[in-house]
Design a protein around this ligand. Structure first.
Ligand code: PGA
Length: 251
């Protein structure tokens, strides 16, 4: 089964109007030279409208970094899936470990968010990953299995779902698992997806690796059998680095 690589940028809480616009424009123009993989950028909410304009005419998809599960209502400070759709988003990240840690988000809540996003026609990028402590205790597969079972909605398909495996200890640390360790988790995740959904869906769902992906290590992860792209934080904030991740591995 051919799964197109997806190179996704998670800008996190970075970017003001001027630099955000330049970054989005840079990705839009550079991506035109590359047609072997798909691109996605997820700016902070404040830059989504500007990014939408900058991406016009390019194939770079637009996403958000979080969403509420309700369509509208009394939820001060939150943003609904319908609002994201209205802004032109096609994707939304849910269950990033920073949200699980900073906002106490549970698998159950992540699942509700993913389901609500899917119901609005958005693709949910559902994040999972173990902490350093859990890895040391040999619990990586157990933890990721539990997160997949709890966070992925029942009716997920390859069209409305992307999984991102991001070991918490690898995020922003410059540390990464070995390619063999990444492949082991991705293959295990695909097996769990096959049980939870169907074999056919599991074979088509993209599973991204995230955690200190840089131009110099991207290829070793992206060439693995069950790795279908990357979720990139720090290195997505510079056009040259973000594009080099793609050129070094997809093209
Ligand atoms: P990083 O972040 O590339 O800066 O490690 C990845 C992420 O958290 O999505």
């Amino acid at each position: 089964m051919e799964r197109r690589l997806l190179i996704a940028g998670n800008w996190k809480m970075n970017g003001l109007s001027k630099d955000g616009l330049e970054l989005a424009k840079g990705v839009a123009s550079e991506s035109k030279k590359l047609d072997k993989c798909d691109f996605l950028i997820c700016p902070p909410f404040t830059l989504i409208a500007a990014a939408k304009k900058a991406l016009r005419g390019s194939k770079v998809a637009l996403g958000a970094q979080d969403v509420h599960f309700a369509e509208k209502g009394a939820h001060t400070g939150d943003i609904s899936p319908l609002m994201l759709k209205d802004l032109g988003c096609k994707f939304v990240i849910v269950g990033h470990s920073e949200r699980r840690a900073d906002h106490g988000e549970s698998d159950e809540l992540v699942c509700k968010k993913a389901k609500a996003a899917q119901e609005q026609g958005l693709t949910a990028v559902i994040c999972i990953g173990e902490t350093d402590e859990q890895r040391t205790a040999g619990k990586t597969i157990e933890v990721c299995t539990k997160q997949i079972l709890g966070s992925v909605p029942e009716k997920s398909t390859y069209r409305n779902t992307v999984i991102a495996y991001e070991p918490v200890w690898a995020i922003g640390s410059g540390k990464t698992p070995t390619p063999a360790e990444v492949e082991e988790v991705h293959a295990a995740v695909r097996k769990v997806l096959a049980k939870k959904l169907t074999k056919a869906q599991a074979a088509k769902i993209r599973i991204l690796y995230g955690g200190s992906v840089k131009p110099n290590n991207a290829k070793e992860f992206l060439s693995l059998e069950d790795v279908d792209g990357a979720l990139v934080g720090g290195a997505s904030l510079k056009v040259a680095d973000f594009m080099a991740i793609a050129t070094n591995s997809c093209c």
